[in-house]
Structure formats: structure tokens, C-alpha cells
Ligand binder design. Structure first.
Ligand SMILES: *Cc1c(COP(=O)(O)O)cnc(C)c1O
Length: 369
């Protein structure tokens, strides 16, 4: 009989900071699809003569629509275990949606600080719907995070941003999951980088697997993937080597000027011999539309930075001598998170025609024969 999926804590408890006393707060997150991107592979082969095996890890399929749920199930379960009454986070959107949902399930108060006017509508409505107390800070994400940190050190309030180590622990499960789904370790992983918690978590997960954790996972422990992280051009502090005062990008989830896990991201890059590089908003939007129109996978703009990065590296000839390698792209969040961007982009690509309500006028336009 097929095993029922009961969330990342149940599936990966051996490698998580979980004891018998931990109340498991879960919405059965994880076990997200790893989709072979055959149409994208074909396009890249045809246009650039590069043959890659491309897999899309669709984290938008998590309960609140982003990978944040993997970390949040652990962070909120531990907060509950420690008898926390209030949690707080600063958020570009998805952390707050996830924190609010899991906190409501755990009967914990949730305070959310968002940069005013800078988060996607879908995410904000999630936090509100899940009963969080939402405050718009007149400042950017980095300032909101500073405030949240300060409140959590001065008051009995638990911080559930990715500075909370339980978040990283939960998020590292995605590496094990990818290896389990593939049956081997990928050669490259392309992903967006914002506050840099996720690249930190993935690298931790891959290294732990390599070092022998989760022995029940019977896959050859022979290599580590190169970590290929991408920041938006207008919000690329790690690439520039200095914090960005006013980060700008259409990809709100990675509009961050001073990443909390900066050094860990550099460590992941250097230890894996990968890169952290930029992609332009135009490239992000191009990959965004390509994913939905070519692969049927609808993501939010920040997620498309992974595929935009892959296309950039294909174009500059990075894969010329390394054909047939296995590439995973992390698609961090669902497309419905940011309906405004979807509508604006859709309008740019397609003009919807108006027709009379009769079959002749429809058929005339369809060009079916
Ligand atoms: C949080 C988030 C990111 C960035 O992840 P970091 O851990 O902050 O680097 C990217 N995409 C989406 C959709 C996110 O929600």
C-alpha cells in the first residue's frame, strides 16, 4: 500500500530537532512535485545546442503556496513546545502567509511586519485571512526585520524569520526530498536568493546527506551539487559586495538589500564551486512566462529567477563542455501569489479578442482547419 504523506516532520524527523515532546503542527507540507521540464530542455537544445536534464522543484505546491511552509512547520512546532504565546516575523509576503497559517493552527498569536506597499496582494490577504496582526512599516524589508528582531529580544515573542535555526532545519528537507525523488544527487541547483535562508538550508541538507545522514535513503553519496544562486539586478547585495539601500525589482520576494544569511550563502557558493549572480527583471519576466506557457507551471516572479539564471548560463556558454548534466531549478512560490504581475504580464503577451456570441464568428478567428 502507498505510504500516506504526513508532512516534513513525520517524514524527516530523524534529521530534525524533534523529540517525543514536540507537538507537531503540520499541514502536510513537502512532498512537492519534481517535474521534468521536457519542453524547456527541447528549446534549449534547439536554440543553443546544449543538452540538459532539467527538473523543476515546484514548491508552490506547498499548503500556503511557498517553500516557507517547510521551515514554518518546524519553527512553529518548536515554538509551541517552548510554550510561546506570540510569534513575529518581518516578511516580503510568503513568510507572513506561512507563519500566520501555522500559528493559527497552533493557537499562537502572530504579528507580521511588512514593508509598506511592497508586498504582493495575494500574500498580504493570506496573512490577514489567517488572523495575523499585520503592520505596514514605513520602510523596506531590512528595516522591518530589524524591528522584528529587536521586539523578539526585548519581549516574550518568538522570531520566526529564517534567522530562527528551526526554519533552516525544516527547509533543508527539500534537498533530501529532491535526492529521494531523483534517485541521485543533481549536478546543479539553480535558485533565487533573497534573504539567503533557503540557499543556506539547501546546502546544509546536501552536505548532511553527503556525510551520511538519513541512512535509510539508499542513494549513492558520491557528490554535491553546485549551488547557483540568483539575485535580481536591482537587489543584488551579495553580487555587489555591499548592502543595497533601496533594493528594486519586480520580484518582491527577493527585494532584499541586506540578507540575514549573507555569509552562509557565500559559503554555499564557495564550498560548492557554484555562483551567485544577477538576473535582470526582464529576464525574470521572460522565464516567468516561459514556465507557465511552456511547462504549465505557474510561479511567482521571484521563483522564475532560477530559470532566468539557468537560461543566462546556457547563453553565456557555461554548459558547453558539460552536456547531459542534471539540473534542478527551485520554483519557490505559486503564481497566484502575485495576481497583479500575472495580469500585467498576460496583457503584455496576449490581447483577448471580443467576439459575437455565435459559432461562425468564433470559428472564423480560430483557424482550425
Ligand atoms: C522567501 C522567498 C524567496 C527567497 O528566499 P530566501 O530564503 O529569502 O533567500 C524566493 N522566492 C520566494 C517565492 C520566496 O517566498
Amino acid at each position: 500500500m502507498a505510504r500516506v504523506w504526513l508532512g516534513v516532520i513525520e517524514h524527516f524527523k530523524e534529521i530534525l530537532p524533534i523529540t517525543e515532546k514536540t507537538p507537531v503542527i503540520t499541514m502536510y507540507e513537502g512532498n512537492t512535485p519534481l517535474i521534468k521540464a521536457e519542453n524547456l530542455e527541447f528549446k534549449i537544445k534547439k536554440e543553443y545546442n546544449v543538452k540538459l536534464n532539467i527538473y523543476l522543484k515546484y514548491e508552490g505546491a506547498n499548503p500556503t503556496g511557498s517553500f516557507k511552509d517547510r521551515g514554518m512547520t518546524v519553527a512553529i512546532s518548536k515554538a509551541k513546545e517552548e510554550n510561546a504565546k506570540v510569534v513575529i516575523c518581518a516578511s516580503t509576503g510568503n513568510t507572513s502567509a506561512s507563519a500566520a497559517a501555522y500559528a493559527s493552527k497552533a493557537n499562537i498569536r502572530c504579528i507580521v511586519l511588512i514593508p509598506k506597499g511592497a508586498i504582493a496582494l495575494g500574500k498580504l490577504s493570506q496573512a490577514v485571512m489567517h488572523g495575523a496582526e499585520v503592520f505596514a512599516v514605513e520602510g523596506n524589508f531590512d528595516e522591518a526585520l530589524k524591528l522584528a528582531k529587536e521586539i523578539s529580544t526585548k519581549y516574550p515573542v518568538t522570531l520566526v524569520n529564517s534567522l530562527n535555526p528551526h526554519r533552516i532545519e525544516g527547509q533543508k528537507t527539500a534537498s533530501f526530498e529532491i535526492i529521494e525523488q531523483l534517485g541521485f544527487v543533481p549536478d546543479y541547483q539553480f535558485m533565487p536568493v533573497g534573504n539567503a535562508g533557503n540557499i543556506t538550508a539547501y546546502w546544509k541538507g546536501y552536505k548532511e546527506f553527503y556525510e551520511g545522514k538519513l541512512p535509510s535513503l539508499k542513494v549513492k553519496r558520491d557528490k554535491l551539487p553546485k549551488m547557483m544562486g540568483f539575485q535580481a539586478e536591482g537587489a543584488a547585495p551579495i553580487v555587489r559586495g555591499k548592502p543595497i539601500k533601496n533594493p528594486k525589482t519586480i520580484a518582491t520576494a527577493i527585494r532584499i538589500g541586506n540578507p540575514a544569511s549573507w555569509e552562509f550563502a557565500e559559503e554555499a557558493r564557495d564550498e560548492s564551486k557554484g555562483v551567485i549572480d544577477t538576473v535582470k527583471d526582464k529576464e525574470i519576466l521572460n522565464a516567468y512566462y516561459l514556465l507557465s506557457s511552456l511547462e504549465g507551471v505557474f510561479v511567482e516572479p521571484a521563483s522564475a529567477a532560477s530559470v532566468a539564471g539557468l537560461l543566462k548560463y546556457v547563453k553565456i556558454g557555461y554548459f558547453e563542455k558539460k552536456q547531459n548534466v542534471n539540473v534542478v531549478c527551485i520554483l519557490t512560490g505559486h503564481g497566484l501569489k502575485d495576481p497583479d504581475c500575472a495580469i500585467t504580464t498576460a496583457k503584455k503577451y496576449v490581447k483577448i479578442k471580443t467576439i459575437k456570441p455565435d459559432i461562425k464568428s468564433i470559428v472564423k478567428q480560430l483557424n482550425l482547419s
